[in-house]
Design a protein around this ligand. Structure first.
Ligand SMILES: Cc1cc2nc3c(=O)[nH]c(=O)nc-3n(C[C@H](O)[C@H](O)[C@H](O)COP(=O)(O)OP(=O)(O)OC[C@H]3O[C@@H](n4cnc5c(N)ncnc54)[C@H](O)[C@@H]3O)c2cc1C
Length: 383
């Protein structure tokens, strides 16, 4: 069994499969721990899935508690919503989160292959039969009955086989960095919605604050050429953030990603399963990519075991059905929330509505944080 990508989707799939007794080789082009641009917020639903899999302990211990969300709009509008009292998320740098998950996959028996950049899928008349990867300037081939592509939004495997594309819209880019010495930290994740863009802010361990600006853009956009200036401009033109970042310093140079959205074509090839962002990713605004990645990794692992045991007939169909049953409602909700939060005027109206009916806001924050998932104790039969 081959898994490409040791992010959350790949490591969770590897841990589940290795525990089930499969021989797993997990490839990543990087050595770990490695950095990854992200808002660094693990919502209660993600934490619930990891806890159920016995993979959450070090993340819960090391991460900062997140009790809900604060969404602000223009003209000083702010809405705060807390998760139900018994639930919380965690803020933890992806370097530490991904390393914690990978270490647990290795402890479960997966063989980790760092510095192995996968170049393409090997195919034969049955479908995908393995991969080629480069290491230390030489190329290697490895064959297996099942390959899981968990190599993220720019998946070499999925793009290479025409299974993923960048949709025309949205075309957004993200610019992210860590800052020291930011004032006003709280246990709420923050989303600051401004005309045409939004800014996520989260305190992470070590006295740092994660800032991600997401804005529409095109390759070659002059504003993207100087990410330090772009962040400075975004933080200083906002009255609330300007005060809080007045004495802040960049801890590291910013990182930039885009275009963010990728969507699957829906096609499937025997021998190959997709998990995490490699199966599609739209926009980080709703902060639940990690939930789709960890649960998607678990579902791909279950499908891989089925394929090994009974062959490929019906495997893709059943996996697609399970993903739809679990994710489609949340995808619809995310689309609705993105449309709502994407408009500064709508944030003002929502703030007004929240003051009249706070219960509605609590329900929305719970849904956004996948709280119902955190509460569910899945039976194995749901795999
Ligand atoms: C700006 C931004 C902010 C976000 N904030 C949040 C948030 O706060 N909360 C949340 O839940 N989600 C957030 N997300 C979404 C989240 O980051 C992703 O959904 C999540 O990382 C998906 O995990 P993954 O394992 O599928 O892919 P990744 O985490 O991208 O891991 C893919 C792995 O594959 C490896 N790889 C790639 N190509 C190859 C190759 N050719 N060969 C070998 N290895 C390869 C990479 O090195 C990497 O380790 C955010 C996303 C963005 C862009």
């Amino acid at each position: 069994m081959l898994i490409v990508g040791a992010g959350p989707a790949g490591s969770v799939a590897a841990a589940v499969l290795a525990r089930a007794g499969a021989r797993v080789r997990l490839f990543d082009r990087s050595t770990f721990p490695r950095e990854k641009l992200c808002g660094d917020t693990v919502n209660p639903g993600t934490l619930g899935v990891l806890r159920r899999l016995g993979l959450a302990a070090s993340i819960e211990e090391r991460g900062l508690r997140v009790d809900g969300m604060r969404v602000t709009g223009e003209h000083g509008v702010a809405i705060e919503g807390r998760y139900p009292r018994h639930l919380s998320g965690r803020a933890i740098m992806r370097r530490d989160l991904d390393w914690a998950l990978l270490q647990q996959a290795i402890a479960a028996g997966a063989q980790f292959e760092p510095e192995s950049a996968v170049r393409r899928a090997l195919t034969d008349e049955r479908g995908v039969a393995g991969i080629t990867f480069g290491r230390h300037a030489s190329e290697h081939e490895v064959r297996a009955r099942v390959t899981i592509a968990a190599d993220g939004r720019r998946s070499t495997i999925a793009f290479g086989l025409g299974l993923l594309r960048h949709p025309e819209r949205p075309r957004r880019w993200a610019i992210g960095a860590y800052y020291e010495n930011v004032a006003g930290a709280s246990t709420l994740g923050e989303m600051h919605v401004r005309r045409g863009r939004y800014i996520g802010v989260a305190a992470v361990p070590g006295g740092l604050t994660n800032v991600c600006v997401v804005k529409p853009s095109r390759p070659g956009d002059a504003a993207l050429r100087d990410p330090v200036a772009l962040l400075r401009q975004e933080l200083s033109r906002d009255a609330d953030l300007r005060l809080r970042f007045a004495d802040a310093r960049l801890a590291d140079p910013p990182v930039m990603l885009g275009p963010l959205a990728v969507e699957g074509t829906g096609a499937a090839i025997d021998g190959l399963l997709l998990a995490g962002d490699a199966a599609g990713f739209i926009d980080p605004m709703t902060g639940d990519g990690l939930r789709f990645a960890v649960r998607g990794g678990e579902l791909a692992a279950a499908a891989a075991l089925e394929a090994l045991e009974h062959g490929w007939t019906g495997v893709h169909h059943r996996l697609a059905e399970r993903r739809r049953a679990e994710f489609a409602g949340k995808w619809r909700f995310d689309r609705m929330l993105r449309a709502l939060v994407g408009s500064p005027r709508a944030v003002e109206v929502a703030a007004l509505g929240a003051s009249v009916a706070p219960g509605v806001l609590r329900a929305i924050i719970s849904r956004a944080g996948d709280c119902s998932v955190a509460d569910v104790d899945y039976a194995d039969s749901r795999l």
